[in-house]
Write a protein that binds this ligand. Structure first.
Ligand code: PGA
Length: 249
């Protein structure tokens, strides 16, 4: 059976000291459960988070990585660097990376390949913009995003992939997709996987919902059949709120 996962994407928030305070609080609030918990602090705080969380069941992910293993890419961070400090997972394809850093499906496919070549787990994000939804194109957009970046992969690679559907219009806006809108899209994503691979593979892939998930709406969203958890932005910066969301299953 697929896993239930709650992941916190801290984005460009929390300096070193504040990050350690948040990690320690999360650790003290955390109870062992069947829900997997992942946090993605900024690069400068990853090593400390890995060390503080050693021996706990909270995992640490990076928010991005370059497709090359090393080289002349000023300001970038490679998969080898992440692995060398004990980071085993990475978020790729976040809509903010696509919008502000021009990350395309083709570039993301390269990052995915590099991450997988080094056994990294990937939380792969995608989702339509408001204009797509208004035009009724949301499913076509989502389908092309996942096909272009992921459907070249062999079946075996999917054990390392978690999908995160994040409608851009719901990120940081306070507006969430309704639980039924989320379920409808998640079911479509799972069917697309089943059509291109197999029912069994589609059944085993966790699909998270992201976009203004809060303690007050998490339970209803997570109760939907094809929603296997959430990728949480704003509410992941507060230990109590994030823990409430983790416990919403
Ligand atoms: P949000 O962000 O929860 O603040 O809407 C979600 C995300 O961008 O992953």
């Amino acid at each position: 059976m697929r896993k239930q996962i709650v992941a916190g994407n801290w984005k460009m928030n929390k300096d070193y000291v504040d990050s350690e305070i948040l990690v320690s609080k999360l650790l003290s609030y955390h109870k062992h459960s069947s829900t997997e918990v992942i946090i993605a602090p900024p690069f400068t705080n990853l090593l400390a988070a890995v060390n503080t969380l050693k021996g706990s069941s909270i995992e640490v992910a990076a928010q991005n990585m370059h497709f090359a293993e090393n080289g002349a890419y000023t300001g970038e961070t490679s998969v080898l660097m992440l692995k060398s400090i004990g980071v085993q997972a990475v978020i790729l394809g976040h809509s903010e990376r696509r919008a502000y850093f021009n990350e395309t499906d083709a570039l993301l496919a390269k990052k995915v390949d590099t991450a997988l070549a080094h056994d990294m787990r990937i939380i792969f994000c995608f989702g339509e913009e408001l204009k797509d939804r208004k035009a009724g194109n949301e499913k076509a957009v989502v389908e092309s995003q996942i096909k272009n970046a992921l459907f070249h992969l062999p079946s075996a690679a999917w054990g390392q992939i978690v999908l995160a559907y994040e409608p851009v219009w719901a990120i940081g806006t306070g507006e969430t997709a309704s639980p039924n809108q989320a379920q409808d899209m998640h079911a479509f994503i799972r069917k697309t996987l089943a059509d291109n691979y197999s029912e069994a593979l589609a059944d085993g892939v966790s699909i998270l919902y992201g976009g203004s998930v809060k303690p007050s709406n998490a339970k209803e969203i997570f109760s939907k059949t094809d929603v296997d958890g959430g990728l949480i932005g704003g509410a992941s910066l507060d230990a109590a709120q994030f823990t409430d969301i983790v416990n919403a299953f």
